[in-house]
Design a protein around this ligand. Sequence first.
Ligand code: FE2
Length: 352
Amino acid sequence: MARPHIEPFCDRDTHFKPMRLLGFGAGMHYKMLSMDVDTGACSMTVQFDGGYKRSPGFSWSEYELIVIEGELKVGDRVCRKGHYFYVPAGYAMPEISSDQGCLLLYMYNTGEPSHEEATTHHASTQTQLYHDVDSYMDLSWAMGNVAKPSVATGCMIKLLNYNPNSFAMTFLYCMTPNFYQDNISYHDCAEESYHLWGTSWMMQFGDVPTGGYFWRPAYINHGAFASEYGCIALGRVDSKLFNHFHYNPWSTPVENADRSEARLLARDPLLYHWAFSQDHNHPHSPKDFELTMPRRANEAGHDTEHKSDGHRHDHWHGHHHHDEESPHTHDHSHDHSHDHRMTMTTNIKPGS
Ligand SMILES: [Fe+2]
């Protein structure tokens, strides 16, 4: 997600443009917030006019969506502000429409916006990853100190999506009235935020009002923070969120990255020396053995028929099926085939 640093920015300062891409129909307007020009991945404020309708279908890109204002109908369901959707690539949604119009935040994560008319999912879709929730009504706030070192008390989160491989997250966060935090932070990940309501303040970039937005690459200083009346925002990080705090307003992104590297050396010296070694050539990047290793070796005297290739596995019980005396003797032949890709990533592009 190589997008440029966009900050400060407020969508209220720009005008909507009509969406003219095929498949979206008339009555959809957008403000581009940020875009990866290599892939077309982007975040947009979107307005549907009253009476807007879009046929059932899927996108070639994974996308996320939250209702900012108004009502969005998804099939027969009415989804109000705060309703969040995570939609995998190739996942066919029912007809969507809006009787009175609505305002939405759309995030296409792996490619440009697209709509392919369809009533069934694409064959490669990881359908089990789909989820949606009324995040205002049906989730409760968690303390911000789920990430440590922690933000100051008074900043809370609701987790909306989590990638267990990259630790990327989508979440709501709020600052309570009179929240403040006096240190400066940066992260090893890109950070994105859209202010759904309210104003917060940062030392470097000033006020972030309703409609305020940033896409901030890694290692850029931000903070101190404050919010006089409180705010609620949607935030995302593209990998593990670690709060590097300090009090040096003059440090550069290069110095911040050097500091992160030094902290990695202090914390995981063996990993550091391996990763940065010049003696090894890793043309295809390091391997995660857990994703490819055989699950079971050829054990002498044991059943070798059911060994795994790492992608499929049978039920294997730690006892001897061929032992007549075994109390567990039973004919047990169901073969659960799992496609392990399904659990690994959220970022596939069907058809590619
Ligand atoms: Fe941050």
